[in-house]
Design a protein around this ligand. Structure first.
Ligand code: SF4
Length: 559
């Protein structure tokens, strides 16, 4: 009997992300008496660094976890490894091997075994077979047979040591009961919930290990039976500087779940809600079961409470969604004014129904990961480029959270939010600035120049940019370039804050420290009247050390 040296190579999309899969596998192998060394890298590491780490281990068995972001790299590493260590047994698993032809595709690069489906039971069985401690033949390790009761916690000490100040992942259920045609989760066998006590222990372990964000990777968190209990459980961490992230189906939030969200301490929780499209024909074609009106209504309520960070998603390139239709979807979701709106592009993933139906909708897509749409029956390749430009400016300007007040005004100069972002992207492109790196101050200057070109009121614009600048960057110094120096009538006047701030407050902080921390301004400030924004010349104080726990922006008080 030989003891093998086994490594598991996990190449993550970013350094901040720590693959959970690798640690599940290590924990499962340990439970079966097997040892496995995890090599964690990110795609930003050099190939040489990853290659050196692999060779230094002199592995008998090398396992690779394969995703769309690392597939090409993994294929190349396997091919190289087989050239110099032909006897090393190569095993590949992960979402990128979930389709029928995956085994042939990866074996062409030198893989010996391709594990399809969940690896927690299959990998230990395969390794035991390779060590000669189990039967032979594929059937003995590739069959189904892992139930929720076989739960193995991935939160072993080696993992916990790595998550301090980083994003840590956890799951309380696996699979999804829905069947969206573009999604790999729809292929799983329904929804399985993990034991609640194990989930609580996982949360405690991650909080204790100092994780900054704990992200539940459950695909539709609120449809599983433990959602309310888990939301209740995390409330006890409210004084900590930790955030919990959940993916929810916003139209499925029950009244009790909405009540639980309303009562959540500010800043403790983030939710991500995929809307994808508001076109009913599109939703039907992709089998996405969603009551769009209810979803948007619930999200509006949550935004009005102001205690939860909300992220929404749209997907461009879905069936029956042409430019007019996408514009409607965009405007409807944008109107909710969530903190983050992500415009993604359809990926035709291996194993999904939409990929099988590609010809029906004349999909042209990249034949290599991430298999992104290039054009279809409804959008030309140029339309997709237009939407890419909109995605870029949406991300830079809206999702940065730095320009909330100015954007809310500048958008009103255009027929719709979609038109505003479209024109802004064209304006930047004409100046060779689209897709270029820009310093933070340039965002304010460019939005000012673009808005002035579109007919904005200069004084109102100056006010809003100044307020956005001090609130989002939490500073008491406004750069000269944002002020209309020398103009007779300026939109923004910087005042000594103690001229109108509360005397007791100044005394409690001390005059010098108060000056560094607080800025007084006279500016046109937005006021909501009967649901509409009006602008009123007011004196405001901005305390740069008092921030909104959800947005991170400094608070502004009208004096
Ligand atoms: S609801 Fe979300 S996770 Fe479930 S199948 Fe649809 S896209 Fe996938």
């Amino acid at each position: 009997m030989v003891r093998m040296k086994t490594i598991l190579v996990a190449i993550n999309a970013k350094y901040e992300h720590e693959s959970l899969a690798a640690w599940y596998l290590k924990a499962a192998c340990r439970k079966s008496g097997l040892d496995l060394t995890v090599l964690q890298h990110s795609i930003n590491d050099s190939v040489q660094k990853i290659w050196t780490a692999i060779l230094d281990e002199e592995p008998d068995v090398a396992c690779f976890s394969c995703y769309i972001w690392n597939r090409i790299l993994v294929q190349n590493l396997i091919a190289d490894l087989k050239k110099v260590r032909p006897d090393t047994v190569v095993v590949v698993g992960g979402p990128e091997v979930c389709y029928d032809e995956a085994a042939a595709d990866f074996k062409a690069y030198g893989a010996d075994y391709v594990i399809r489906g969940e690896g927690e039971s299959r990998l230990p069985r395969l390794l035991l077979q390779l060590e000669g401690k189990a039967g032979s033949g594929e059937a003995s390790w590739q069959d189904e047979g892992r139930e929720a009761e076989d739960f193995v916690s991935p939160f072993i000490p080696e993992y916990l040591e790595r998550v301090r100040d980083r994003i840590a992942y956890i799951e309380s259920s696996r699979g999804c009961p829905y069947n969206c045609s573009y999604c790999l989760s729809s292929i799983d066998r329904g929804l399985r919930c993990f034991p609640l006590e194990e989930v609580y222990q996982g949360i405690d372990a991650l909080v204790g290990a100092g994780a900054r964000v704990i992200k539940f990777i459950d695909r539709s968190f609120n449809v599983h039976r433990h959602a309310l209990e888990i939301w209740e459980y995390i409330r006890k961490f409210s004084p900590e500087t930790i955030t919990f992230h959940f993916e929810v189906n916003p139209d499925r939030l029950s009244d009790r779940q909405m009540e639980a969200l309303a009562a959540m301490p500010p800043g403790l929780m983030q939710i991500e809600a995929g809307i994808q499209s508001t076109n009913l024909e599109t939703l039907k074609a992709i089998s996405r079961s969603m009551d769009v009106d209810r979803a948007l209504e619930n999200l509006k309520k949550i935004m009005a409470w102001g205690n939860i960070h909300v992220h929404t998603d749209l997907i461009a390139g879905l069936p029956f969604e042409d430019m007019d239709s996408f514009k409607e979807s965009f405007n409807a979701v944008y109107a909710v004014r969530t903190h983050h709106l992500q415009l993604g592009f359809l990926k035709l993933l291996h194993g999904t129904r939409i990929r099988r139906e590609a010809e029906k909708h004349q999909y042209r897509f990249r034949s290599y990961p991430p298999y992104e749409v290039l054009s279809n029956r409804y959008l030309t390749a140029k339309d997709i480029l237009t939407l890419k430009g909109i995605e870029e400016v949406l991300d830079r300007f809206y999702n940065s959270g730095r320009l909330n007040l100015t954007l809310a005004y500048a958008e009103t100069l255009f027929p719709s939010a979609f038109d505003f972002y479209h024109k802004l992207s064209c304006w930047l492109k004409e100046r060779n600035l689209l897709f270029m790196p820009l310093a933070a101050i340039r965002l304010y200057e460019l939005l000012r120049d673009f808005s002035l070109d579109a007919g904005a009121d200069p004084q109102l614009l100056e006010s809003l940019l100044g307020l956005d600048y001090v609130c989002s960057l939490r500073t008491t110094a406004i750069p000269e370039t944002l002020l209309m120096a020398g103009e007779k009538q300026t939109g923004l006047a910087v005042l000594e804050p103690w001229e109108f701030a509360d005397r007791e407050w100044i005394d409690s902080v001390g005059k010098n420290r108060f000056r560094k921390r607080v800025i007084g301004l006279e500016a046109f400030c937005p006021v909501i009247k009967k649901g509409n924004i009006e602008y009123k010349r007011s004196r405001v104080v901005v305390d740069t050390q008092k921030t909104d726990p959800v947005t991170g922006r400094a608070t502004m008080t009208v004096a």
